[in-house]
Every structure is written in structure tokens, then in C-alpha cells.
Design a protein around this ligand. Structure first.
Ligand SMILES: [Zn+2]
Length: 136
């Protein structure tokens, strides 16, 4: 499995997670057929270093935007500013959408992102392909 995104999408997410650290940051990715078309940033209402809860009003507006533009929810991202670089037990427990989960984590000041698919509490890795050909 893979999710294709543009460098621009990558940079928007990285800026968001960097700006909100040490708190977790989050957002939604809209697109079609495993291809991201738009990053929708959502406030982390929990304002926490260890969890996120999407602002419900912003989340609803984002879902409405996705619907009215004929797109699908293809990804959900959030950050782990202090690790781990994979989904946590809570992330697995709370996974509610058929969408790639992108985890941004920071090691020695460098942000990395990894994609995961969670289904029936089973986790598999989703390759994130940045379409300008550079490695993420
Ligand atoms: Zn998490």
C-alpha cells in the first residue's frame, strides 16, 4: 500500500507539527485513490504533549469541505513530538476511519513521517510517496 502526496502537502504538515511542538498537532488529508489533493489542518483541542483530540467544529467543517469537493478522506496525520515513530496503543485503539494514519515524530530535531493502515487492530505500513521524486 502507498499514499502519494506532493512536496507542498509534506511541507504543510511538517510546518504544522513543528509549530505546535511540544504539543501534538493533527489534521486530515483529502484526496482520491490514494492520492492526496489537500491538507486540512485541525486544532488539537487537547493541547497535550501525549494525545490529540480534533476540534469537533473544525473537524466537521473539514468533512463538509471534503464532501462538497467530491473528495474522500484518505489520511489522518498527527505528531508524536517525543516519539514513538509508530502508532501508539491508543492510536490503534481509537482508529475509526478507513484512512492512512500518518505519524510525524522527531528524533534529534529531525521530523520523519511514516504511514500506517489500521484495521481490526492490526497495523501495516503504508509507503508515503512524495511525488517530486525526492525522498521524504
Ligand atoms: Zn498517536
Amino acid at each position: 500500500m502507498e499514499l502519494k502526496l506532493k512536496r507542498e502537502h509534506w511541507n504543510i504538515m511538517r510546518t504544522q507539527v513543528q509549530t505546535h511542538a511540544p504539543h501534538e498537532a493533527c489534521g486530515l488529508l483529502a484526496g482520491k485513490n490514494n492520492r492526496v489533493e489537500k491538507v486540512l489542518l485541525i486544532e488539537n483541542q487537547a493541547k497535550s504533549q501525549a494525545k490529540f483530540r480534533m476540534d469537533p467544529r473544525e473537524q466537521l467543517e473539514a468533512f463538509n469541505w471534503i464532501d462538497s469537493n467530491g473528495l474522500d478522506l484518505v489520511g489522518i496525520f498527527h505528531s508524536h513530538p517525543a516519539g514513538p515513530e509508530t502508532v501508539s496503543a491508543t492510536d490503534i485503539e481509537e482508529a475509526a476511519y478507513a484512512a492512512t494514519q500518518i505519524i510525524w515524530s522527531r528524533t534529534k530535531g529531525n521530523w520523519i513521517a511514516r504511514g500506517f493502515w489500521i484495521e481490526n487492530k492490526l497495523v501495516s505500513e503504508v509507503r508515503l510517496e512524495v511525488m517530486d521524486g525526492e525522498q521524504p
